[in-house]
Design a binder for this molecule. Sequence first.
Ligand SMILES: [Mg+2]
Length: 231
Amino acid sequence: MIKVILWDVDGTLLDFKKSESCSIKNAFRVFSLGECSDDTVKVYSDINQSCWEMLERGELTKEQTLIVRFEKFFDKLGIKNVSPREFCSVYENGIADTTAFIDGAYDTVSSLKGKYKQYIVTNGAYSVQTERLKMSGLDKIFDGVFISDEVGYEKPSPFFFDYVIKHIDNVSLDEILIVGDSLTSDIKGGNNMGIKTCLFSPKPLVYDKNEYKINYVISSLDEIVSVLEKG
Ligand SMILES: [Mg+2]
């Protein structure tokens, strides 16, 4: 029986894409780079995604990831007169100020409060993630928050999950479920640790069944209730 739920944040509870888009567009205005189209946001978004995957594979440090994504983005757009570091700082502040929920997120986690222990497990910058959780009111619902910056390791590292599980009292591995939208960080991390996994995938996703062991797939967050009844 599931007693503990580990929730990913970005793309699972909070709509990171929406925050990302608002914040990139705002940073373009701040640095007088002209209008930033949705297509340009998409270019950034893909670069950002690939940089975070490099971080997950241990090819970049967190500090490098934050800056390198903007260096690559500026290279691609031919922007030469703006510091990636300064742009990053404006962008990160913007992200912290924007809260957009994934449909049903707040109601779902509120309805489970008290019935299950719920924790946040997120990769990301400590100050940004803390601020977003506070702004969204999610911080009051959860029994604890684990941010990779503070833990010292990123998902999917077993060291990250080892730290998390050591800080949760009286629970065995088969009583823990991780819910997240990422195969490479959430599902792989859960598999590394031997806990149950639930992929949140609003759109159907094809994946390698030898590479990832997924116990449940949900396309909307309220489906988690029936997963927990089965679990
Ligand atoms: Mg995610």
